[in-house]
Each structure stands twice: as C-alpha cells, then as structure tokens.
Design a protein. Structure first.
Lengths: 463, 534
C-alpha cells in the first residue's frame, strides 16, 4: 500500500512545532490561511504590495516579505531551504504554477497551488506532480462542491469527498422522527453502494453489523457513491433533504455555475441553468445533457414569471459580480423561491448578504482557504478525515500487490485484519465498485478504509 | 464620553510585566545577602509588585491588543516599572514602619521626586543622576546594584523581554515591540516575533557577559586595580544598555586607560542595530559591513573623534582657566593639560571615549569634559542629537533618521530644478516609503520642539527658585534627558548631578526621559483627546 501524496507518518515524525510554511500571495485567501496557521506553524508570507506586507507583519505572528514570489531570490529570502511547504495563493493561476515549479526546482518543499481554471486541474490530475505541484486546489470546483453539499445534504453534519468525488463519506444525526430510528442496519440499508462504517453513540465508536439497531440520537457514518449518500439523506429525513424531483435553478453559466450543474446532474437532479451569453449558453447545453440551459437575463421579471422560476425549491446565483448575485437572490426570494444560495467573491460580504435575505452565501475564497488550511494541518496526507476528534480515521489508499487486500475477496482479507476495520468503498478506473464480501480487490484500486484509532497503527502497514 | 481604548486589556498586560519584575529583583537581593546588607527593601518591593501585578491581571480575561492598546500598554509599563523600581530607594531612606529603621536617612533619594527621577533615568538608560554623594557610605551596595540593573533591564526593552518570554504577548507582539523599540519600525528576523525578541535579548546578554569577563580579566591581570567583580558587573550592566550609571563618583575616570579602551568597543556595539549581530551570528556577516546606517554611524564617530582629538592634542580643546565656582578647579585643569596636550594616546582616548559615549547616548565620562573649551563643548552638544542606530539600545534621534532627512532634503533641491523628476529616497538601494519619510520628519520636528520648549521651561523654573543656570546648561540638561544621554555641561556635567533642580523641573525631566526612550509618539499620543475618543 502507499498513501498517495503521502508521507503522513514522516510528517508526524518531524513534529508539528516547527513546520515552516511559505505563502506566496497575501490576498484574501493567503491572509486567511496565514491567520489560521500562524499559531501552529512558522509562517512566512510573500507579497508584492509593500503596504499589505507591513500590515501583515503587525496583525499576525508571521514574517511578511515584500517581493516577487516567482523570483528565486525572494523565495530564498523567505527561507525556502528550510521550508516544509509552499502555498501559492495569488489571484493568478499561471503565477501560482510558476511559484510551485520554482520552489520545486530549488527545494524539496511540498507545493500547493490554487487555481481557478479547471483545465489546469485536469492536466494535473492526469499526470500527477505536473508543473511541480504536489497538491492543486481549484477554487471554482471547490466552490461548486461546497454549494452542492450545502444544498444537497442538509441533514448531514459533515461530508468529505474521496477518490475525486466518486466516494463520499457523510455523518448523519438520527432524530426520533427519522424512519430509520429503531431499525436494524440491514433494514435501513436499502442502497446497493452504501456501507455503514460506524455508529457514534455516547462518544464511543461502534462498527455496526447487520443486526445492530440504530437508536435516536445516534450519529451514523456512511460511505458510498454520492447518489446513494443523497438517497440515504432523503430516507432518514424525507422532509429536509431535497429529492431529485426538486427544482433547482442555477443563474449564471460561470465556471462555478457549470460545475454546480454538473455535480447536481451526477446526483440525479435535472437543474435549469440561465445564461445570458448565447455562445456560452450553447456550449453549456452541449456539455450538460441533463440540464435545461436557457439563454436569458436573470433580472428579466417577465421571463422569470413566464418560466415560473418562483416555484423552484432552490436557486443558486453564480454570476460574476456580488451585487448581481445579491439582486438575483432577493428577486428570487420575492418571487417565492424557497432557498437561495449566492456566490460571494468578497468574503466579508457573506454575513451581510445573509442578513439581508440570502439564505446561504458561499465564498469561493473562503472555501479554498479552508481547504488549504485543512490540508496543511493534516500534513499533506490525502484525505484523512478524522471523525470525532481522533476516535476513528478514514484513509484513502491505492492498493499495490504487497497489500493484504490485493487479489482476495474482501471476506478473506478482512478476517486477517483486526476488528474495527471496514472497507467503505472501492473505485476502479475512476468508477465506483460496491464492496461486498465476495468482491475481489485488484492492485491499482483506490480503497476507502474506515478504522478505529486503536487499530490504525496495526492496520496501515498491512494494507 | 465613551472611551475607544480597551485600557483594561492594556493594564492587564502591564500587570503581567509587573508580576515578573519580581524575578530581576532577586539579583540585588542576592547581592545584599552576599554583603550582609538588609534584604527588606527588595523583599517589600517584590511583594508589592507581585500583588499589584496580580491585581491588574484580574482586569481582563483575554486581552485583545490593537494599535491603541499597544501604545497604552508600552507607555504604562514604563511608568509602572518606574514607580515600582523607586520603592527600594525610598525604603532605604525612610525604612519600613515597625520592621526596619532607615538605613541611610541622609540619602537624597528619600525625596519621592528624586527617587522617581533616578529610577526613570535608570530604566530609560539615561544615566542622569540626583545622587548627592555617589559612594557606598551613603548607599548600600545592593541598592547601587539595583540602580545599575534598572538600566540593563531598560536597555533592550522591558516589553521586548516580555514578548520574548511570555507566550500571551506573541500575537500583538510586533505592535508592542514597535512602540518600544528605538528607530522607525522594527525588523522581524524570524516568522515568530517571540523568536526575534529572544534573538535580540540573546545577543544583548552575550555581549554583556563578554564585557564583564573582559573587564574582570583586566583586574586579574593587574591592568585595572579597582575593577573588582562588583565594578565589572556594575559597568557591564550599564554599558550595553547605553546607560551610563556608575557606582564610582568619577565615572570611568576612576579606572585605568586599559579599562577605558575596553569599554569603548562595547559602547559602539551598544549603539549598533542588534539585528545586525543576529545576521552575523546566523552566517551573514557581510550584512554588517554592507549596512548603510552602520557605515554612517562609524563614519560620524570617526570624523568627530578625529577633529576633537586634534583640537585636544593642540591644546585648543581645553578651557583656559577654571571658573571661580565650578565642577573642577585649577589643579584638575593643570593635571589634564599636562596629560593630554601634545600626547597622542591620551588625546585620542579622551576624544574617542567622550564622542562614543555621547553619540551612543551612554553618558560615561573618562574625564570631566566641563574642562573642555566652549567650542568643543558645543561639538558634544551637537553630538547629543545624533543618537545611535535604529534597533540599538541608544537614544536620541538616530542615524537612520538623519540619513533619510538629508537624502530627502537633497531630493527637494533636485526637484526644485527638475520639477518633473520622480526620485525615491533610497536606503541601501531600497526605496523608502513616503509615509515613513513623513513620520521621520514629524518625529524629528516634535523632538526639536520638545527640546526648545523644555529648555525655556527649565530656565524659567530655575529662575523661579533662584538657581543659577546658563543657557548651555539648561540646553544640555534637556538634550541629555530627552536623548537619554545622561550628563550635560556645567552643574549637570559628568561629575555633577541634577540634584539642585526644583521638584517641578525634575518631574518634567522624568516626562522627557519617558518620552525620549519611547520616541515621543507613544507617550505624546496619550495626551491627545483623539486617542481616547473616536
């Protein structure tokens, strides 16, 4: 087994105290990452605006340096030789990629690049470590995922995507009215591609078996395909979770709008998408087979009434400007849309917009900063979700021939492992495979494993 | 009126600093035990500072320090430690009811204004004294060591020390250090401000220890008979902070030429930006010789010393006759004349020592420079305004400010001829921010205004009580306290004292020293209504 982009154990060994992180670009994203990390990491920030550098030196416990982050001298001044991690978070994709490539050329630091353009992300995913980037976060994609999660799974407390979004892990709280309350796990599990990984009860983690009874107040952790998790969400609280029959309107065919539509399509929704520009609308219509693309101005009241937009259950406003998104959301709410979600570029506006009537504001910058911070905190391991503060861990691993899992049906390999381990999901060639007792895991498969913390140390080497 | 300053948060942090002030008080306490003197002055002070500190700490739970609170915290800290630091002096003169009789009832520090003056002069590393009689007859050795130690604590900065060792100060730390540290702005050396503070204090401690060892080494090898352990420590503690207090009435004149030569490089080091030492120690020694301010600093010292050495050598540098009533008599004048005039080493040593002492604002003297001629004295008065480098322990205006001012004046002349020209002022190749230039002008102007206004006030106040004071004397008294230099000319000369001033003048000079150490603005701003309101 190896944990991709891994070296998790190595980073633990180095200890957390003196992890040196260089952040290039001190805009909203860079500053907020710096603010989140300054207490636990040695942070050096590089920016080309002297005033911003000055301000950061005083407001945060970081070393801010004025200079061009793509220049080797600047990176050297920032102490690149001792750096453990370089985060490129300027507003320009190309600059960020060049920063990472430069850092890779002169050091062995782990590099993280923030990009907007999904093309770069695709190239990077296609051949890992392309551009000298060890981890790439795509603002637009993350924002879209965040919107879909916010609107798609209202009952979920915590949702983590794995295997490039093909697998989701979600934690649900079961209340008394839920239909699955007091049912056994096998009764509640009506979905092929869903695995019950754990039940959290009174602060303890239980690995459920078929006859385990789910009680009200329990928190259930499930792992499965996005559709099945969505389906489960609908089952446990039919009133709250939107069924796929619900009407979703997306306003604006921006990158974010496009990804929201695409992700909703994957979950079985049939959204409508409004785009003003005819060429872009045509392009979107070709890309999104299950979406109704309409070419219109979203503030055209006649059009909105004619199309009964007001009857929609949900409206996502993903236009280019914050002001337009606010206007469209308020207009939609007035027309009778139940819930509105607006994309807000300027993070500090989120609270204000939510106060004046937008139900949920999503700031792409905030989302990306959170993602990078989370990633940095976890020390570069890919998707290690920690449930209930360290009681259990979820690992995503790529199986190689040395793994105990390789070439055997799951039933046999699990018997060789200690109790408290669940094979949550498998993806093969980027397709979801439902783990059953007789499923044979092949080398190259990505497996999401749920393990009790007490056994994680024994299990990890065997996989 | 609603206050816009969270004074409770500031005072809470002042409380923390006061609480920890008990730790350095252990040092004179140990000295007292060693010499068999009373420990009560220090035990009582420790109890007071811990209790007051803990009381203030209850004011706020989790202090949030912004720019305004930072100024208040730093200014209040310096005032609070001065109040506490004066307690041992007062106890020595008055005793403690029912516990201890007065140890030295004749001590001039029994007057609260004097005790406050001496302590503020100590913490701000000024070195101006109001001790009538500097000897162990009228003050115990432990009390004198406390006086030396206040300078050492104040040198690199009490708040910088607090940032270095107290984790709760790390977030607003940069703000606080900026308000305290000499020079425009601070230089962060490491990602963590606490590490920067520790690096500065480490260099400071290392140099202090080195100096003590060297001075005592001279004593052991027979080159400085009266530089015993006590004196070596006492002078080590006041050289590196550019302090200038000496337990010897004749200051450094009491020691051999060798000891005087050893002290000179340490005064020079004390006037250097300590960040440069950090660069040297972390493997970048070229930074020291490349630094514009350091080069100008050495250049200024070199030029002024050379001129004065020449004048002293030729005999024009000394007064022609001793005044009828003054700090020196005809015998002294004749002794120094035969020693200096026509002799290379003494003229060089006397001029270099005095110039370095004044430029770095240390305030030691290797001779009574009242015996110098009027033009050479004006040369020294001018030197009082130069000051050490930014980020050093020195006071006054600082080399880097003069450098920027001169460069921007040259730019004004250039743009008068070429109005369209855009010429950034450069410091070591890097353009200086225009706002920073404006700040430097404002500071320097305010400094000069304070100087002129205070000179007038002191002169008037002296006339009020019938205390004879020449213009040069009152000017030098203000320049020496505001610039944290210490000695001036005439009555306030290196072997004289500030004792004869009225209490009101002394309290005004306490304010000047306080302002001078914190570079005026952090204190001045507290007296503006806009600071407290919106």
């Amino acid at each position: 087994m190896h944990i991709r982009a891994g070296s998790r154990t190595e980073r633990y060994d180095r200890g957390w105290s003196n992890v040196r992180v260089i952040i290039v670009g001190a805009g909203q994203v860079g500053s907020s990452i710096a603010a989140d990390l300054d207490a636990t990491h040695d942070v050096v920030v590089v920016d080309c605006d002297p005033e911003r550098v000055d301000e950061l030196n005083y407001s945060l416990d970081v070393l801010a340096i004025h200079g061009n982050g793509t220049a080797v001298e600047t990176l050297e001044e920032a102490g690149i030789e001792q750096a453990d991690m370089v985060i490129a978070s300027t507003d320009d994709d190309e600059t960020n990629i060049v920063v990472c490539a430069t850092a890779k050329a002169v050091s062995s630091a782990f590099t993280i690049a923030r990009v907007k353009n999904t093309e770069y992300l695709r190239t990077w995913q296609h051949s890992e470590k392309a551009f000298g980037v060890d981890f790439m976060v795509c603002t637009n994609l993350l924002a879209a995922e965040s919107i879909v999660r916010v609107v798609g799974l209202p009952a979920a407390r915590d949702v983590d995507p794995f295997a490039g979004g093909k697998v989701q892990m979600a934690e649900f709280e079961i209340d008394e009215e839920s239909p699955v309350a007091d049912q056994t796990v096998s009764e509640a599990d009506r979905f092929d591609s869903l695995t019950f990984a754990a039940i959290l009860r009174d602060g303890a983690v239980t690995i459920p078996r078929g006859d385990t009874v789910i009680r009200p107040g329990d928190r259930v952790v499930v792992i499965g395909s996005p559709q099945s998790v969505q389906g489960f969400a609908t089952t446990i609280s039919p009133e709250e979770a939107p069924g796929t029959a619900e009407e979703v309107v997306i306003v604006g065919g921006s990158e974010i709008g496009y990804h929201v539509a695409r992700l909703l399509e994957e979950r079985g929704f049939k959204p409508r998408l409004l785009e003003q520009d005819s060429e872009r609308a045509r392009e979107l219509a070709e890309e999104l087979p299950n979406t109704i693309v309409m070419e219109s101005d979203a503030t055209d009241i006649d059009f909105l009434e004619r199309e009964y937009i007001g009857d929609a259950d949900l409206l996502v406003s993903a236009l280019d400007s914050d002001e337009k998104n606010l206007l469209v959301s308020l207009l939609a709410a007035r027309l009778g849309v139940e819930r509105t979600v607006a994309v807000i570029d300027t993070t500090p506006y989120v609270e204000l917009f939510e106060a004046v009537g937008v139900d949920v504001g999503v700031s792409p910058r905030e989302v990306v900063a959170e993602e990078i911070t989370r990633f940095t905190r976890e020390g570069g391991a890919e998707n290690v979700a920690l449930i209930e503060s360290d009681k259990a861990e979820v690992l995503e691993i790529e199986v190689d021939t040395n793994s105990v899992l390789s070439g055997k049906p799951i039933r046999e390999s699990v018997a060789a492992l200690p109790k408290g381990v669940v094979i949550g999901a498998i993806t093969r060639n980027r397709e979801f495979v439902t783990p059953r007792g007789d499923t044979v895991i092949e080398p190259g498969d990505h497996v999401v494993v749920f393990a009790d913390s007490s056994v994680v140390g024994d299990v990890a080497p065997k996989l | 009126m609603k206050l816009r300053v969270d004074y409770k948060a500031s005072l809470r942090l002042v409380g923390t600093v006061l609480k920890y002030l008990a730790v350095p008080l252990c040092f004179p306490l140990v000295v007292a035990l060693y010499y068999g003197e009373s420990v009560i002055p220090f035990v009582v002070t420790m109890a007071v500072t811990v209790l007051v500190g803990m009381g203030l700490e209850r004011l706020a739970e989790d202090p949030d320090i912004g720019a305004r609170e930072g100024f208040l915290m730093v200014a209040a800290t310096w005032f609070a430690v001065t109040l506490v630091g004066a307690i041992p002096f007062l106890i020595e003169a008055h005793g403690v009811p029912f516990v201890m009789a007065a140890l030295h009832p004749e001590s001039t520090l029994g007057n609260p204004a004097n005790a406050l003056f001496e302590t503020m002069s100590g913490f701000t590393t000024t070195g101006a004294t109001v001790l009538g009689d500097i000897s162990f007859e009228s003050h115990s050795r432990s009390i004198m060591m406390w006086r030396q130690l206040t300078q050492w604590l104040g040198g690199m900065g009490i708040v910088v020390l607090a940032v270095a060792i107290l984790p709760e100060l790390s977030v607003g730390g940069a703000q606080l250090m900026d308000a305290e540290a000499p020079g425009p702005g601070i230089e962060k050396l490491t990602p963590r401000i606490a590490e920067t503070a520790r690096a500065l204090w480490g260099a400071y401690l290392g140099l202090t220890v080195l100096e003590i060892v060297l001075l005592y080494g001279l004593h052991v090898t027979g080159n400085a008979p009266n530089m015993d352990v006590y004196n070596a420590i006492a002078h080590g503690l006041t050289t590196m902070p550019t302090g200038g207090f000496s337990p010897e009435a004749r200051s450094i004149e009491a020691f051999s030429a060798a000891a005087q030569w050893v002290i000179v490089p340490f005064m020079v080091a004390a006037g250097t930006n300590f960040a440069l030492f950090w660069h040297v120690l972390t493997g970048d020694p070229k930074r020291l010789v490349r630094d514009t301010e350091f080069k100008s600093y050495l250049g200024i010292i070199g030029v002024i010393s050379a001129i004065l050495a020449g004048v002293l050598f030729l005999g024009d540098g000394l007064a022609s006759a001793a005044p009828a009533a003054g700090t020196f008599d005809q015998t002294y004048l004749e002794t120094v004349q035969t020693a200096i005039v026509g002799n290379v080493e003494p003229s060089l040593r006397q001029s270099i020592f005095q110039v370095v002492s004044i430029v770095t604002t240390t305030g030691y003297a290797s001779m009574d420079f009242n015996a110098w001629s009027a033009p050479t004295q004006y040369g020294l008065l001018f030197a009082m305004f130069i000051g050490g480098s930014a980020g050093s322990t020195g006071g006054a205006i600082k080399i880097v400010r003069w450098y920027v001012i001169l460069k921007s004046l040259r730019r004004e002349l250039f743009t008068t001829a070429h109005p369209e020209a855009i010429r950034p002022v450069r410091l070591a190749g890097r353009a200086v921010d225009e706002r920073a230039i404006r700040g430097i002008y404002a500071f320097t102007l305010l400094y000069l205004v304070m100087f002129f206004v205070s000179t007038g006030l002191l002169h008037l106040d002296a006339a009020r009580i019938g205390f004879e004071l020449s213009v040069l004397e009152s000017m030098s008294a203000v320049a020496a306290t505001l610039g944290n230099v210490g000695p001036g000319f005439g009555v306030v000369g290196p072997m004289g004292s500030y004792l004869d001033f009225s209490n009101s003048s002394k309290l005004w000079m306490v304010l000047l020293m306080w302002m001078g150490r914190l570079e005026i603005l952090p204190v001045f701003v507290l007296f503006t209504p806009e600071y407290w309101r919106r």
